[in-house]
Design a protein around this ligand. Structure first.
Ligand code: CP
Length: 332
């Protein structure tokens, strides 16, 4: 529903789309987070009246790229809100016959959906669809560009864990560690978390966390020395090494080779979150990961499953966050 836009222009005036976090005002983020908290509380106590929230509405999910968390939590959120849901899986659709993503969106809209949820391999796909359709569009991750509902999940989880449920993150120190350059989650978080007041440090080797990324937003800086900086953070967000996006023909399909690093062993030695490293974090600091994880590469199982971990809380927050986002875009 957006006016013609580039990937940098992330929202329509009436908040009928959620395409990214860049440029989204703090007031809108805080309203979405407060709505999430209210929905989360209602879900927890089994409030059946939630079914009225999206009653009579239809949601179409268009996943042109694989997903577990995002797809299933959007589905469940829409169902918890009482909407009808139709799912498109690209591999079993007419995409295989050459239909474009925009044409696919127009086809699904023509069936009468109120809202489209779009996951795509290419940056800008959700924006292109939003420019073509009349219904609401929510970006569920576009290439290396943005993943706004994941950033809202992370802000909701971190705000809840730290008791900052006014969603004012002033003074909060967050490190985002690893394959930053490939990560739409890192970009959306850099924009959302700094807008909420946090200081964000991007940590990784130059090939994965280039210095230019410090220009993403004020209050974003780059750090190479993970061990030296680690005790200073309130939370670490570990990122999956996205071998499939590194352009190495041997790195796709679950392989673990990359043109962007000398070796996985060397990467892990410098940037993997081992129990020994986690032990140097400050008291009460948290570990996050948007998933999916490469256990034994960017994070060890003893840490991801350990007492500092918020990882399954992040997953759980997916349902209330996405229900709040759909309700906002649909004006209910
Ligand atoms: N975090 C995230 O987007 O995970 P999925 O790819 O499983 O949806």
């Amino acid at each position: 529903m957006a006016t013609p836009s580039t990937p940098a222009a992330t929202e329509s005036a009436a908040n009928t789309d959620l395409l990214g976090c860049e440029g989204v005002p703090a007031a809108r983020l805080r309203t979405l987070l407060s709505r999430t908290a209210e929905i989360d509380e209602r879900l927890t106590r089994g409030d059946r009246s939630l079914l009225d929230l999206l009653a009579g509405r239809a949601v179409g999910t268009l996943f042109f790229e694989d997903s577990t968390r995002t797809r299933m939590s959007f589905d469940l959120a829409a169902q918890r809100g009482g909407a009808a849901v139709i799912d498109l899986t690209a591999k079993a659709s007419s995409i295989s016959k050459g239909e474009t993503a925009v044409d696919t969106a127009l086809v699904v809209e023509a069936m009468g959906v109120d809202c489209l949820v779009v996951r795509a391999q290419h940056a800008g796909t959700a924006h292109a669809i939003a420019s073509a359709v009349s219904c609401s569009v929510l970006n569920a991750g576009d290439g290396k560009h943005e993943h706004p509902t994941q950033a809202l999940i992370d802000a909701y989880t971190l705000g809840t864990a730290t008791g900052r449920t006014d969603w004012d993150f002033s003074g909060l120190k967050l490190a985002i560690v690893g394959d930053v350059v490939s990560s739409r989650v890192a970009r959306s978080n850099a924009w959302a978390m700094t807008t909420l007041g946090a200081e964000v440090t991007l940590i990784g080797p130059a090939g994965l966390a280039p210095s230019a990324l410090a220009n993403l937003a004020p209050n974003v800086r780059i750090e190479r020395d993970f061990d030296g900086a680690l005790p200073g953070f309130d939370a670490l967000m570990m990122l999956r090494v996205q071998f499939e996006r590194h352009g190495d023909p041997g790195s796709g399909k679950g392989g673990k080779r990359s043109a962007s690093m000398a070796s996985v062993r060397e990467y892990r030695a410098g940037y993997g979150l081992t129990p020994e490293r986690a032990a140097t974090m400050k008291d009460g600091a948290f570990v996050m990961h948007p998933g999916p994880m490469n256990r034994g590469v960017e994070i060890d199982g003893a840490v991801s499953d350990g007492p500092r971990s918020l990882i399954l809380k992040q997953v759980a927050a997916g349902v209330p966050v996405r229900l709040a986002a759909m309700a906002e875009c649909l004006g209910v």
